[in-house]
Write a protein that binds this ligand. Structure first.
Ligand code: APR
Length: 251
């Protein structure tokens, strides 16, 4: 029985061989890639959905019922994002983007850490916490380091300022989603990193748009799609991704 370290080493080599022969790569990331930057995930031990109610905090109905509660929660997360720094996993993905002619990073995260690490071709599938927008007139305003002051939620037009986040039950931005679908359809290798792959349509990018792509999963735990993955790397993003970049470095 190969021990886990040897198994991971062999699988990193397999993945690197595939990457060497590829031009087009897609990476799909979730909260797990920011765990080593100190930001909580949603569903793991200590996850945000273990201690908060999704319906109250991440739905339009919950926002409309109690906007101050929702903004208090997002303001806390925004402050945590400001304290967080990109980790070696984010940095490795920024390196990979430079290495491939066609590299698309689709993230479910709203913490802006991929941009902070230097990634540029990033599709923020679930929005981001850099600005708020009015529910009625669409007016936008940049969010300060501590988010939105609770006495500035009401907009003069009669609407309310909401986080620029895609909530449960809301559609993703059409233009963003179309770019993500196109990138998944043409990818030769798909890297699925730090996501439980239970939220759609984002999770569909991993296995439903391209039967011929070679799909690798980087996650310390099993996920909802692990059995459909070609190359399972049981490790953390900050451990495994730098090893892939190192093994790929030009000979
Ligand atoms: N490196 C890699 N993966 C990790 C790490 C790590 N250091 N730590 C945890 N993980 C994995 C967990 O094993 C889990 O599979 O990250 C995953 C996090 O899963 P979730 O908490 O469900 O987060 P995510 O998949 O991003 O959730 C998707 O759900 O709540 C909504 O909109 C929210 O974007 C979010 C979406």
């Amino acid at each position: 029985m190969e021990n886990q370290a040897a198994l991971t080493r062999n699988r990193v080599d397999q993945l690197v061989q595939r990457l060497r022969g590829s031009r087009s790569v897609l990476a799909l990331t979730g909260a797990g890639i920011s765990a080593e930057s100190g930001l909580p995930t949603f569903r793991g031990a200590g996850g945000l959905w273990r201690t908060h109610r999704v319906e109250e905090l991440a739905s339009f109905e919950g926002f409309w019922r109690n906007p101050a509660l929702v903004w208090s929660w997002y303001n806390e997360r925004k402050a945590a994002h400001r304290r967080a720094r990109p980790n070696a996993g984010h940095a490795a993905l920024a390196q990979l983007e430079k290495r491939f002619g066609d590299f698309t990073l689709c993230t479910q995260n709203v913490d802006s850490l991929h941009f902070a690490a230097g990634s540029r071709n990033v599709l923020e599938l679930h929005g981001h916490l850099r600005e708020a927008r009015c529910t009625h007139c669409g007016a936008r305003r940049e969010l300060g380091e501590s988010g939105l002051p609770l006495d500035e939620i009401d907009h003069p037009c009669g609407g309310r300022m909401r986080p620029n986040i895609v909530w449960f039950g809301e559609p993703l931005l059409q233009a963003t989603w179309r770019q993500a679908e196109a990138a998944a359809s043409r990818a030769e290798v798909i890297l699925v990193i730090g996501t439980s792959a239970v939220v759609y349509p984002a999770a569909a990018l991993a296995t439903r748009y391209n039967r011929s792509a070679y799909v690798a999963e980087i996650n310390p735990e099993e996920t909802a799609i692990s059995e459909r993955i070609d190359c399972v790397l049981r490790g953390t993003a900050a451990e495994v991704l730098p090893r892939i970049v190192e093994a790929l470095s030009p000979i």
